[in-house]
Design a protein around this ligand. Structure first.
Ligand code: NAD
Length: 455
């Protein structure tokens, strides 16, 4: 705890000195992050492989490319984001300067999860640096290799008085959360989010929550089944299903399910061969404990496993699995699956699908697969979710122009691109007045009269 307080004291002093505020400084640190990625790509990919046995291709896409895109977007747009934003004026303020000034909030705490351990720490870091803040990163202890690498690399590239990594698990994070911050940015489970909120309430600290939940994928009868199977399987089994925006379950009619199953079988064979456990293209579950949770879910389900179902806890392996005849109250439908198990729930109409979605918490992402643009619009307009994507999964989060975040129980607040810059900025309302037009001001001073109101 003493060490944590020392880090906070050092970073607070740096923030008060104004070091992180000039655009030039922000740029220099963002460029250092570009260099960190470039110089250490192999080490990063090795660490991610060691944590998740994730294929290099997936790590390049989901971690290196995601962070690089965000960095280049921030570097290209920083000057315009930092400019004061002039607002419309009225007669009484026509000679004044009226503008919104984006100011850094101060010292930010970023707490990350293990599933994309680099991306989910560095994307908020990029936004917080761009906005001129000091930052403490708290990686997940579960992705130990990546956590260790980030803790080793960051101080070598970034200014040590402004940015720091504090490692540890629940105990260390709880201790850290007793210290006042100016903003807490938390990515992880809903259960821990409640603890973060309780700790933040003590200091009235603003909080961004990037959470999970169950992301539905509604598949309409009018659809290219082969393409739907490929896009669904890719977005579900990428990182072995351990993605907050992975389609958690499918909603479709019995007829579509019957057409989809052989297409999914073919796709999975094409992606991971007949022996997926030997495939270098399929990630592993992060730990034996997480693997057990998933095998227990498969034991508890009253649905029928029609594809996969095999597991090997010693190898942290769960086969890409599809389960049908899954009821709304099944064990697989009670919690976020966060693994390579795909339940299919049958609904016989678009309206039934929409009602099903609206009976549950607002998801982080909602997917609709259909050839009919009117069906896509109908689902879009009649539901709510953090993000929405038709005829694909996950890819909507790769654009820095789109905000990323949940709604309701799937999260509070947004980031990516300008949205992250705004999250870590205080939008200060500024009116710079002079002494002119004092006669006009006389209209609002006592003694009041009806005439003055009529003016
Ligand atoms: P988690 O909540 O277990 O851990 C997240 C962080 O909280 C870690 O840094 C961990 O050390 C810390 N932590 C754990 N227990 C704590 C406690 N008792 N007190 C204080 N801190 C504690 O989450 P996870 O298992 O790492 O991640 C999986 C969850 O995160 C899933 O629900 C997933 O959907 C969600 N997620 C959301 C997003 C998003 O962007 N919305 C992205 C990735 C993951």
């Amino acid at each position: 705890m003493e060490a944590q307080v020392q880090v906070v004291t050092r970073l607070r002093a740096a923030f008060r000195s104004g070091l992180t505020v000039p655009e030039q400084f922000r740029r220099s640190q963002l460029l250092q992050l570009v260099a960190l990625l470039k110089d250490n790509e192999e080490a990063i990919l090795t660490a991610l492989h060691s944590d998740l046995r994730r294929p290099k291709f997936e790590s390049v896409l989901a971690e290196i490319e995601m962070v690089s895109t965000e960095l280049h977007h921030a570097l290209s747009n920083l000057s315009s984001w930092m400019k004061p934003q002039y607002v419309d004026k009225n007669l009484a303020t026509k000679l004044d300067d009226c503008f919104v000034r984006r100011e850094p909030v101060g010292l930010v705490l970023v707490v990350g999860p293990w599933n994309y351990p680099l991306q989910l720490l560095l994307l908020p870091l990029v936004a917080a640096i761009a906005a001129g803040n000091c930052v403490i990163l708290k990686p997940s202890e579960i992705s130990a290799a990546t956590d260790g690498l980030i803790a080793e690399l960051l101080p070598r590239y970034l200014h040590q008085d402004c940015y720091a990594v504090v490692s540890g698990g629940a105990e260390e994070t709880s201790a850290l959360l007793t210290i006042p911050f100016d903003h807490i940015f938390y990515t992880g489970s809903q259960a821990v989010a409640r603890l973060v909120l309780q700790a933040a309430a003590v200091h009235l600290t603003p909080v961004t929550l990037e959470l999970g939940g169950k992301c539905p994928c509604f598949i309409h009868d009018q659809v290219d089944v082969a393409a739907a199977a490929r896009r669904l399987a890719w977005s579900k089994f990428f990182n072995a299903g351990q993605s907050c925006v992975a389609p958690d379950f499918v909603l479709c009619s019995a007829a579509t399910r019957d057409a989809l199953l052989p297409a999914l079988r073919d796709t999975l064979q094409e992606f991971y061969s007949q022996e997926p456990q030997k495939s270098p293209h399929l990630s592993r579950i992060v730990s034996p404990r997480h693997c057990t949770r998933l095998t227990e879910l498969l034991e508890k389900t009253s649905g029928k496993v029609v594809i996969g179902g095999e597991s090997d806890p010693e190898d942290k392996y769960i086969a890409p699995t599809v389960v049908v005849d899954v009821a709304e109250d099944d064990a697989l439908m009670k919690e976020e699956i966060f693994g390579p198990i795909l339940p299919i729930v049958t609904v016989e109409s678009v309206t039934e699908g929409i009602d099903f979605i609206n009976r549950h918490d607002k998801p982080l992402a909602l997917y609709v697969f259909s050839d009919s643009s009117s069906v896509v619009r109908q689902v879009l307009e009649k539901t709510s979710s953090g993000g929405f994507c038709s005829n694909d999964g996950i890819v909507h989060m790769t654009l820095p122009g789109l905000p990323f975040g949940g709604v309701g129980a799937s999260g509070w607040g947004k980031y990516h691109g300008r949205w992250g810059f705004e999250t870590f900025s205080h939008q200060r309302a500024c009116m710079l007045r002079g002494w002119a037009l004092e006669r006009l001001n006389g209209l609002r001073y006592p003694p009041y009269s009806e005439d003055k109101l009529g003016w």
